[in-house]
Design a protein around this ligand. Structure first.
Ligand code: BTN
Length: 271
């Protein structure tokens, strides 16, 4: 039975998820479940405008027809992948306004924690600012957005390829994307993986709020860019340099002609 602290709203019957099990997680106050929807981020952003909403709110979709990625990218997800959004109020974790830009990196670290559990043994890579790789291919994307009318709420959207194999995908896609099942052969239950991830996220957000998150050191351990020549596209500019990791504010450090500069946004590519 769910605990009274969490309300479950299931718009259809779940195939992959045990919602009662997820409702037992101490983090979650409301779950909205859809078998099919457009974008879980859009739903969370919309519900987030309600002043009476109990948060954290978890929006899960088993199939997402209009998944959005960073910039104008789309997020394509097949059956067996994890697509969800978590709406949180950062002050509840003691996260100050100047730390908000770190929430997406903190989320990426929580996903790396989860991959360490579910895909231990495979190389786990963090690609700034919020892509995760397994065996050098993209396995997860993160999209963090703010609720317009409520400046104390943010939505963390996560797409993680779990048991959706890319074996039949076009060759070009197989070269760049993968899933946990493709790399480990193990078909994890989506409830289990989501439970692990939400627990890791709760722990890491509390660490961030308490000023105890070893952001740079943890990032460095998995960073796929450090020491490599990269190019960064920011607005209309393209900057090339050698990546020197990230600073304590989460900015990417690029060294060009002996000068190290910090960059807070943009799309980075290996040269
Ligand atoms: C990226 O790689 O550019 C980020 C992808 C983020 C995809 C997730 S899936 C769940 C949530 N809902 C969305 O529409 N997008 C995010």
């Amino acid at each position: 039975m769910p605990l009274p602290h969490c309300r479950i709203v299931a718009h259809q019957t779940p195939r992959w998820f045990d919602l009662n099990q997820l409702a037992r997680l101490s983090l979650i106050r409301r779950i909205e479940f859809y078998q099919t929807t457009g974008s879980t981020n859009d739903i969370a952003l919309q519900l987030g405008r309600d002043d009476n909403l109990n948060s954290p709110l978890l929006v899960i979709a088993e199939e997402q027809a209009g998944g959005r990625g960073r910039g104008s990218n789309r997020w394509w997800a097949k059956d067996g992948s994890l697509t969800f959004s978590l709406l949180i109020e950062p002050p509840a974790f003691n996260i100050q306004a100047n730390q908000w830009p770190l929430i997406s990196l903190t989320t990426a670290i929580a996903v790396a924690d989860t991959l360490g559990h579910c895909a231990g043994g495979c190389p786990i890579g963090l690609k700034w600012p919020n892509d995760l790789q397994l065996n050098h291919k993209k396995v997860c994307g993160i999209l963090v957005e703010t609720v317009k009318s409520r400046s104390d709420r943010i939505v963390i959207g996560i797409g993680l390829n779990v048991r959706n194999s890319f074996a039949d995908a076009p060759f070009e896609l197989r070269q760049i994307a993968t899933s946990i099942v493709d790399e480990t052969g193990f078909e994890w239950g989506l409830t289990e993986v989501l439970g692990q991830l939400l627990q890791a996220l709760e722990d890491r957000l509390h660490e961030l709020g308490a000023g105890e998150l070893p952001l740079q050191a943890t990032w460095e351990r998995h960073c796929v860019l450090t020491g490599k020549n990269v190019s960064l596209e920011v607005a209309d500019r393209r900057v090339a340099g050698r990546c020197r990791g990230i600073n304590e504010h989460g900015a990417l450090l690029l060294e060009t002609n002996g000068d190290v500069q910090a960059w807070f946004g943009g799309i980075v590519r290996l040269e």
